[in-house]
Design a protein around this ligand. Sequence first.
Ligand code: ES4
Ligand code: ZN
Length: 326
Amino acid sequence: KRLKHLIHTLPKAELHLHIEGSLEPQLMWDLAQKHNIALPFANVEAIQSAYQFENLQNFLDLYYQGADVLRDEDDFFALMWAYLCKCYEQNIVHTEIMFDPQTHTQRGIDYAVFMPGFARAIQKAKAEFGMSVYLILSFLRHLSELSALEALADARPYYSMITAVGLDSSELGNPPSKFTHVFAQAKELGFKLVAHAGEEGPPEYVWEALELLRVDRIDHGVRSIEDSSLMAYLKEQQIPLTVCPLSNLKLRVVNEMSQHNIIQLLDDGLLVTVNSDDPSYFGGYLDDNFHALAHHLSLSEQALAQLVCNSFTASFLPESQKQHWL
Ligand code: ES4
Ligand code: ZN
């Protein structure tokens, strides 16, 4: 009870959230109606019940299909605004949001459509909620590096809105080494760097993200535990891991929440944070992820406080702003 109250009231940061993964079935349904798009579902409940996955690819297929209902600037505004309202309800005071430009440009929806929609929602949340919001441009790793280079070049008019670049989508068979040039270019441009690694992929992919891409944070990284020298490095360097418990359960990275290694990683001295990843698809927002840990992993008040502090420490906020929340 007291833990649940703390989870809700503590000011928190969220660092691993795909905006396309926050598309709720109801909004998907409404946008399909608006644009006369035929969905392969009979109703909103049928969309919800389709969200049962065997692995990452299985989820991604549905996630990219779902994103197809996002067509005009208002749609992207509605998507972003809905998530920022969820943040406000959960006392998330700072969020760093990933978006997948290639998911949209590949189907003929330009940066000039989605970026102004995002910008409008972010301005409104800043004004009404006093929240800080950063954007992370994430490359789809199942596509070529050339495509990622194009995505980075096409974002040029919007660089001032973007804090970092990231790497997501199908991990196995698409190692970080495939993207060394585009990450070097992004670093040169002054962006912070993150990459999904060690979700389904092996610890070697985490090493590649660190050594070849020079990332500031690892998204997921839970498979790092299989490599003791990697664990020592992550601890010594205090490289943040943005862990997503409900995501790992839904995508069968772990079989049971009680077997999740997040508390072990924390106790080993790693800078781990809790995040929701794709809340609409994985059964819950940030609060729900903390509740799952409290319920299945005997989360102590001290561990909770550490995880929440870590969310600010691991953020890209300037040092002065971090101190304000710590
Ligand atoms: C993702 Cl959970 C996850 N892993 C990799 N790529 C993604 N894109 C959206 N969610
Ligand atoms: Zn993710």
